[in-house]
Ligand binder design. Structure first.
Ligand SMILES: *[C@@H]1O[C@H](CO)[C@@H](O)[C@H](O)[C@H]1NC(C)=O
Ligand SMILES: *[C@@H]1O[C@H](CO)[C@@H](O)[C@H](O)[C@H]1NC(C)=O
Ligand SMILES: *[C@@H]1O[C@H](CO)[C@@H](O)[C@H](O)[C@H]1NC(C)=O
Ligand SMILES: *[C@@H]1O[C@H](CO)[C@@H](O)[C@H](O)[C@H]1NC(C)=O
Ligand SMILES: *[C@@H]1O[C@H](CO)[C@@H](O)[C@H](O)[C@H]1NC(C)=O
Ligand SMILES: *[C@@H]1O[C@H](CO)[C@@H](O)[C@H](O)[C@H]1NC(C)=O
Ligand SMILES: *[C@@H]1O[C@H](CO)[C@@H](O)[C@H](O)[C@H]1NC(C)=O
Ligand SMILES: *[C@@H]1O[C@H](CO)[C@@H](O)[C@H](O)[C@H]1NC(C)=O
Ligand SMILES: *[C@@H]1O[C@H](CO)[C@@H](O)[C@H](O)[C@H]1NC(C)=O
Length: 480
């Protein structure tokens, strides 16, 4: 069975029955320990080894050389070990792997050389001979790229771990690897996902691109990832996504877009994600979520919208409400006016969301939405007040001035209409005022009637001040 002849491998010529138990232990390299339980394992970790031992037991199925001081792997560094399935070289100081270093390990399934800080280059033929390789870990090395054709002899490769290297783009080596299921590229320096970076990865289930510097995704970049289930795209520099970025990803269960620079969520993004259970959009700068955005997410369990710039969340964003699990909304500058009344009710009925802190109107700032009391007048919700009419802080005066101006002009129009004889009623109802301006004068849970009085007072004072050229003064202060 053995082609690499040395003192120990002669043993391999003996019948299998004789070999069991003692051969593995007898042929154990110095400074390693060998165990023969189900199969022969050679344990050489943490032994200060600076050079690969010359010989290993021929029937070795696992070799662990982690945490040594290996610097260099020569050609056929491990000889011929037809039974070897696992080789682990993590945490060494390897700086160069000679092409063909692993030749003779024809049945190797898993190769690990993570945490070797000086490997910055791999030759196209680094892995030649490893025809059965399924799992490869080269994380936390010093790689800037790998050759496009490096995996040509590894048709069975399923998992590649390349996180914490210095890749500036997704290596072309992965293109067309139809059997790849897991790809770990987090914490590199990747800046873009090109339309062809991930072509042909039809078996990929797990893709991790988190903590890179990606600011561009080309149209159709993910189009072949039809079996993708877990997708980490968080902590990049995305301001926007292609309109149909995730089209066809019907198997996706978890999508993490947290920690980017997104401001708008388009309803075209998630239209196909019928199996999506968890969606992270936290830690962006979201201002708008288009209505209908979540309408096809019929499997959604958890939605993270916390730590954004959202002020409101219209009910239609969630219609039809399929969301069955949890909704995270904390750390947003919520405007707790009547447009969020539905959310308060929903929150109370389902107990699925906590912490919706109000940033405004000022009368409820600092409260949680659940503590806001929405007054009702004739069945209509009344927004909490923007200003404290009794002692309005003077710094608000300048920002409210424009609103007063528009309010005044509306009231003036109203007066003209009144002269025409049919505006009185609408003024009394206060319905002519748009909600924003109405809120100004309505006070905390104020009544419309009261509001109208204040408005009349305001207009009087304002006109008076205007006449005497003191328009910089806040008319509200004089009114009560
Ligand atoms: C590891 O290798 C590098 C470069 O080959 C060398 O500069 C460094 O001293 C080595 N470190 C140890 C601990 O041997
Ligand atoms: C994927 O695996 C199949 C069967 O194991 C093999 O025939 C095929 O060549 C592999 N594909 C690639 C691109 O290596
Ligand atoms: C976000 O949406 C708003 C309103 O729909 C629009 O005015 C703005 O241009 C959008 N911004 C981006 C970056 O798409
Ligand atoms: C939801 O799915 C339907 C049917 O596939 C599709 O017509 C519609 O455009 C999708 N909605 C969105 C917002 O993409
Ligand atoms: C979101 O809010 C932060 C601070 O709260 C601010 O620095 C940032 O400019 C805002 N982003 C947008 C898009 O408004
Ligand atoms: C409520 O409606 C009734 C008539 O429907 C009216 O008399 C009353 O003034 C209204 N109240 C307020 C505060 O507008
Ligand atoms: C708002 O007005 C109330 C009385 O209506 C007063 O007790 C409270 O101190 C005022 N708050 C501020 C911030 O001025
Ligand atoms: C009320 O005003 C509208 C315009 O605002 C006018 O079309 C209508 O004829 C007026 N009705 C009466 C009764 O004056
Ligand atoms: C004012 O309220 C009355 C009933 O309260 C209603 O019939 C009328 O249409 C309202 N006016 C306006 C302009 O909405």
């Amino acid at each position: 069975r053995c082609f690499f002849v040395n003192t120990f491998s002669v043993l391999c010529l003996l019948p299998q029955a004789v070999l069991t138990r003692w051969a593995c232990v007898r042929a154990c390299p110095a400074s390693c320990s060998c165990t023969q339980e189900k199969s022969c394992s050679v344990l050489c970790d943490r032994s200060g080894i600076a050079e690969v031992p010359k010989e290993f037991p021929c029937e070795a199925s696992a070799i662990n050389l982690d945490k040594n001081a290996l610097k260099f792997l020569s050609e056929r560094a491990f000889g011929t070990l037809p039974a070897l399935k696992l080789l682990s070289l993590d945490h060494n100081n390897i700086s160069f792997i000679t092409p063909g270093a692993f030749k003779g390990l024809a049945n190797l399934v898993e190769l690990k050389f993570a945490n070797n800080d000086y490997i910055s280059y791999l030759h196209t033929r680094t892995f030649s001979g490893l025809k059965k390789l399924v799992r490869l870990d080269m994380s936390n090395c010093n790689l800037f790229n790998i050759p496009d054709r490096i995996f040509l002899e590894q048709p069975a490769l399923k998992e590649v771990l390349c996180f914490e290297n210095h890749f500036r783009r997704i290596p072309g080596a992965f293109r067309g690897m139809e059997n790849l299921t897991h790809l770990y590229l987090e914490r590199n320096r990747i800046e873009a996902v090109a339309y062809n970076s991930l072509l042909g990865l039809g078996s990929l289930k797990y893709l991790n691109l988190q903590e890179n510097r990606i600011n561009v995704i080309h149209d159709g970049a993910f189009q072949d990832l039809l079996r993708l289930e877990n997708f980490y795209f968080n902590d990049n520099l995305l301001c926007d996504l292609p309109r149909f970025a995730f089209r066809g990803l019907v198997r996706l269960k978890m999508l993490n877009l947290g920690g980017n620079l997104l401001t708008n969520v388009s309803k075209t993004w998630f239209g196909d994600l019928v199996e999506l259970e968890v969606l992270y959009l936290d830690r962006n700068q979201l201002l708008n979520i288009e209505e209908g955005t979540f309408e096809n997410l019929t499997s959604l369990i958890t939605l993270h919208l916390n730590s954004n710039n959202l002020t409101t969340l219209p009910l239609p964003v969630f219609q039809p409400v399929y969301l069955l699990g949890r909704l995270f909304l904390f750390r947003n500058p919520w405007v707790c006016d009547c447009s969020l009344e539905w959310l308060k009710g929903w929150k109370e009925s389902y107990q699925l969301v906590r912490d919706i802190p109000c940033a405004s109107p000022s009368s409820v700032a600092g409260l949680d939405l659940s503590e806001v009391v929405f007054a009702r007048v004739n069945g209509t919700c009344v927004d909490p007040g923007e200003l404290n009419l009794t002692t309005a802080p003077s710094e608000i005066a300048s920002t409210t001035e424009n609103r007063f101006n528009s309010l005044i002009s509306k009231l003036l129009q109203q007066e003209i209409r009144e002269e025409m004889g049919n505006g009185t009623e609408s003024l009394r109802n206060g319905t002519l005022l748009d909600p924003e301006d109405g809120r100004l004068s309505a006070g905390v849970g104020g009544h419309r009637a009261q509001a109208s009085q204040s408005i009349l007072c305001v207009i009087a004072v304002w006109l008076f001040l205007d006449l005497i050229g003191r328009s910089d003064m806040n008319p509200c202060l004089s009114c009560t």
